[in-house]
Write a protein that binds this ligand. Structure first.
Ligand code: CA
Length: 235
């Protein structure tokens, strides 16, 4: 039986809530809305949505608290809705287990793209697809995880071990933002300390090797103060 994907929107600003509801319903999603954190938490447990869109600034509680409580028992995708200035909160939300964020004001296509990415990744995780992962491909770039081979227009790109690791983590999570800290932890381990500078140096080298114009990247984007996001896989 075909079932619509249900999205719980926890957002106290009615205009944003209405905009999201309209957009999602037009695109065949089922929408549930909650205007407070308390309503939101109840809806999560009683209605079991497939995805949550969560505003961090709620009237009765901090949105981060909702992520914390939900992650104690569930891995359902959470996309945070945040204001442009809330960099620290975005990072905190991602570190607490949010899957991604979208910055206000956002348009229809950005919203739908974020949803598709989050749902695709959650399906993948549930299906255990990460065991044998098919190659990443977008525009002229491919990353073959089995062969550990990166090509641009069919030409092999020579990367160092660390550079390859960075690209493969971003490619496996393409379309999603990965925080600086999360990348550093996965590459140098949790006791590596502050390796932000080394990460930046590596990224500059990667961009020189894969981007036509490193100053205006097409494949790996910087989310200022938060992390990196790789262009979504076309597959
Ligand atoms: Ca708000």
């Amino acid at each position: 039986m075909y079932q619509k994907i249900s999205v719980l929107v926890i957002e106290d600003e009615k205009s944003i809530c209405d905009f999201i509801s309209r957009t999602l319903e037009l695109n065949n999603y089922k929408v549930i809305t909650a205007y407070t954190g308390k309503e939101g938490l109840t809806a999560i447990t009683s209605l079991m949505p497939d995805l949550i869109l969560l505003d961090l600034g709620l009237p009765d509680m901090d949105g981060l608290e909702i992520i914390r409580q939900t992650r104690e028992w569930s891995s359902l995708p959470i996309i945070v809705i945040s204001a442009r200035i809330q960099e620290k909160e975005k990072v905190e939300a991602l570190d607490l287990g949010a899957d991604d964020y979208i910055t206000k004001p956002f348009g229809t296509s950005e919203l739908l793209a974020r949803l598709r990415t989050a749902i695709r990744h959650s399906n993948k995780t549930n299906a255990g697809d990460h065991v044998a992962q098919r190659p990443y491909k977008s525009k002229d770039l491919t990353v073959d995880f089995d062969k550990r081979l990166i090509t641009i227009r069919g030409e092999e790109v020579h990367l160092t071990r660390v550079e390859y690791k960075i690209v493969s983590i971003l490619a496996k999570n393409s379309g999603k933002v990965i925080t600086y800290d999360s990348l550093i932890n996965q590459i140098w381990g949790p006791y590596a300390g502050d390796n932000n500078r080394i990460l930046r140096v590596n990224m500059a080298n990667i961009r020189r090797k894969i981007e036509a114009n490193p100053g205006e990247p097409e494949y790996i984007f910087t989310e200022l103060g938060v992390g990196y996001r790789m262009l979504e896989d076309e597959g």
